[in-house]
Design a protein around this ligand. Structure first.
Ligand code: NAG
Ligand code: NAG
Ligand code: NAG
Length: 345
């Protein structure tokens, strides 16, 4: 019996040793570990961004894994994101945010993210993004009458925002609101000439009455009382004037701040309304100088323990089972890019 056991162990030994030597199958873009890493990355990117809207994952374009040692690896992700309708200061969780439709003139974000997976805990080490609106031609091809994004400093856009904010403030007795930034704007000419605008606002320490008396004295509330909000408005100028305004205040959200364009450190890449952009760029890059284990503490907001990630450290056998083996002439599906969650632009 003992001899048999020894024989079994002997037989098992070489195969057991052989496993770590074989290179693991490449991680697919739709594998649970890739998806868990992408979720951490998207949350991180939104947390770093202070302008425009939250972005949601559309597709994992590429994934690369660099093993560092036992239960420690570096992941490089290339992500395709889409703008949602949730303003960046909105308390709505990303999972509840709607991706803006293609016909509303979608904005896409491209991101490269470097993460560390240490004992199943994912943290972002560096990220680099840029965003751009879909081409107007693409939108018009599918929807010839759809209004396109207008420049945020367009005079008609600025006039509509001013009129909308004045209208709201004149009809609301409580907090007098100030403009923080214009989020997006579209102008259509048919069947009516209409300017649609969306803009972020913040409450001041004045009521409408106090603002009328002395507007200069109305300041944004201090950080520990800040109250941000968002307005959507449509101004029709032809054939008949009409103005619709809908503003919502979120209430104080501890820790949520708005950085003014002038004070932003990302040197001119975040446009203030007045620079000829149609959309806010995603905060461009964030990099940790030391890409080592200790650096994960520099990204405290995005550490997430992912069950699916821990699984990958389990026996390699599970790995091989996941990879579809070619049967006959059928080729396995390409592991990347992954599935499109919304639409491709
Ligand atoms: C988000 O959606 C979930 C599920 O639909 C819902 O239960 C929850 O109340 C929503 N949260 C917010 C803040 O809208
Ligand atoms: C708002 O704050 C400013 C600056 O602190 C102050 O001068 C002003 O009197 C305040 N206004 C009201 C109505 O409290
Ligand atoms: C908007 O900004 C661009 C770039 O700074 C400038 O060329 C253009 O004249 C501005 N348009 C308006 C209406 O102010």
């Amino acid at each position: 019996m003992k001899a048999l056991l020894a024989l079994i162990l002997l037989v098992q030994l070489p195969t057991h040793r052989a496993v770590p030597a074989a290179s693991p199958p490449p991680l697919g873009c739709d594998d649970p570990e890739s998806e868990a890493a992408a979720e951490v990355a998207v949350n991180y990117i939104n947390a770093q961004s202070h302008h425009g809207y939250k972005f949601a994952l559309n597709r994992i374009e590429k994934v690369r894994v660099l093993p560092q040692g036992p239960n420690n690896e570096i992941l490089f992700l290339e992500l395709d994101l889409l703008e949602t309708t949730c303003p960046i200061l909105s308390p709505t969780p990303l999972a509840n945010c709607t991706v803006r439709s293609f016909t509303e003139h979608a904005v896409e974000g491209d991101c490269d993210v470097k993460l560390q997976n240490l004992n199943g805990k994912l943290s972002v080490l560096a990220s680099k993004c840029h965003s751009h609106a879909d081409s107007g031609e693409d939108v018009l091809q599918l929807c010839p009458d759809c209004p396109l994004l207008a420049s945020l400093n367009n005079t008609e856009v600025l006039a509509a925002v001013t009129a909308a904010l004045n209208d709201h403030n004149s009809k609301t007795p409580d907090a007098y609101l100030r403009l923080l930034e214009i989020g997006r704007a579209r102008i259509q000419d048919q069947p009516v000439h209409m300017v649609s605008v969306e803009f972020a606002v913040a409450a001041t320490n004045c009521t409408a009455e106090e603002a009328k008396a002395n507007l200069e004295a109305c300041q944004l509330l201090p950080e520990d009382q800040s109250n941000f909000g968002f307005c959507r408005a449509a101004m029709v100028t032809r054939p008949k004037e009409d103005l619709r305004v809908d503003c919502e205040l979120y209430g104080h959200q501890p820790g949520v701040t708005f950085s003014h364009p002038g004070q932003d450190t990302s040197a001119g890449l975040v446009p203030s309304p007045g620079q000829g952009f149609t959309n806010h760029n995603l905060r461009v890059s964030h990099h940790s100088p030391v890409a080592s284990e200790s650096s994960s503490s520099e990204f405290p907001s995005s550490v997430l323990s992912a069950k699916s990630v821990a699984k990958r450290a389990a026996p390699e056998v599970a790995q091989h089972d996941k990879v579809p083996r070619p049967v006959g002439f059928a080729l396995p599906p390409p592991p990347c890019p992954g599935k499109v969650r919304y639409f491709k632009i």
